[in-house]
Design a protein around this ligand. Sequence first.
Ligand code: PHE
Length: 460
Amino acid sequence: MASIGRQAPSISLIAQCKTRFNQVVTSFSSTSSPVVHSRSFSIFSVKRTGTRRAATVGLGFNRWVSTVPVSPKKTRRKTGEILSTLLEVGGVKISRDDVVRENDPTNNVPDSIFSKIGLQLHRRDNHPLGILKQEIYSYFDNNFPGLFNKFDNLCPVVSVKMNFDDVLVPHDHVSRTYNDTYYINAETVLRCHTSAHQAELLREGHSYFLVTGDVYRRDSVDSTHYPVFHQMEGFRVFTPVDWEASGVDGTSYAAMDLKKTLEGLAQHLFGNVEMRWVDAYFPFTDPSFELEIYFQGNWMEVLGCGVTEQKILINNGRAGSTAWAFGLGLERLAMVLFDIPDIRLFWSSDLRFTSQFSSGQLGVKFKSFSKFPPCYKDISFWISESFTENNFCEVVRGIAGDLAEQVSLIDSFTNKKGMTSHCYRITYRSMERSLTDEEINELQGRVRDEVENKLNVTIR
Ligand code: PHE
C-alpha cells in the first residue's frame, strides 16, 4: 500500500473542474428481485439502532468499454487491452498520467479505476442506472416543479477539502485513509461520495439541487461490491419565511420536510411498501437518519440523510437558514428494482444485458442469460503488517478485471513465531463465455507474482 506522503499537487485538474463543473443539466436523457446482500452504500454512517450493514458497490465486467477519448492517444496494457489515455468529463480533460502514477507514494489509483472514469453509466438513457436517475428526477419535477437544479456531469476528481473538510469529516475518519479512498495525490482524490459537491454548489448560490455521479471506494470483491458505483445527492435549503408560520423551529421543519419528501420518493419507486426511519450518524448532518423499506421479506436500507450541520451553511454563505440533504446508492436500488443479481452486470456491453432495458421502463425484470461455470483458485501467504484485504482485492481486479467474481478469506492462523497466514479463495467466472483452464492458470500465476512483489507478503 502506498504510504501517505505529502507532496504538492502537480496537476491542474481541480482548477479545471472548478471552472467547468457548474453546468446545470437542463435537458436530461430520458428516463426501476434478487435479495441484495446488503451492505449499505455508506461508509460515513453509523446506525444508532439495529444491525450494521455494509455498502453496495458493483462489479463491472466489461473493463475497457470505450470512454470519451479526446485524443487518439492509447496505451496497451499487459493484458493486451487498449486503454484510452485521455478522457473528457464535463468539459474537463483528464489524462491517464495525471491520475495513475505508479511510483508516486501519494497516489494509489490503478489503471483499472482510470478506465472507468468518463463512462458515466448514469447518463445513458437505456441503462438501468440512467432509467432510475430519470425516475427520481420525475418525482422531484412532479412534486416541486422547476425547483431542483440537476447536475450529473460534475468532475469526479475533487480536492480533499471538497470531499472531506467541507463536509466536516473528522481528520481521523476511516474514510480518509489510503486503504479506503483513491488518492491522486495528497490533496486530490476521486470523490468517494456526491456530498463532495455540497459546499461548492451552495457557494455558487444553489439552494435546491440533485447531484448524480460516479463515486470511487477501495473495497472487497463480491456480487454487491465494486470500486466504482453511483450516487445521487439531494439538497434543499430553507429560510425563516419557510418555517416561521409553521410554529416549529427551522431544524424540526427541515427534518419533517425531509421525511415527507423521501417517504414520497420511496413510494414512487417501490409502491406501497412498509417503511421505517432508523437513527444514524453522518459527520455532515444532525439529526441523521436512514430510511428502510420492507421489501421481499427483508428490511432494506434505501438512503442516508439528515438535517445539514449549521457549520456547513454558515461556512458557505447561508447563515440563518436550515437545510436537509440525502444520499442514495443507485446500484443498490437498481439491483432490487430490476432483479439484477450481480453488480458487474451494470458495466456490461453484452447485448443480452443492454437490450433488456429502455428509457422510462423502471422495474422491468432482468432475465438472466446462462451462467457459465465458476473456477476456484486458492492462494496462501504470510502477511506483513502493512497488508490489507482491499490492497489484495485491487491486485486481483487489476489482473483479472471483471472475471474476478469473488474474493473470500477461507483460512487464517498465526504460528508460534507470530507470523499470520491468510488463505484466499478467488472465484473466477465470466458472464459471457466459458473460461479455459489455461487462461485461469495464467491469471492466477500473475496474481501470485504481483501479490508477492507489490504487497510485501510471502507466498506459502
Ligand atoms: N454521503 C453519504 C454517504 O455516502 C450519504 C449522505 C448524504 C448522508 C447526505 C446524509 C446526507 O454515505
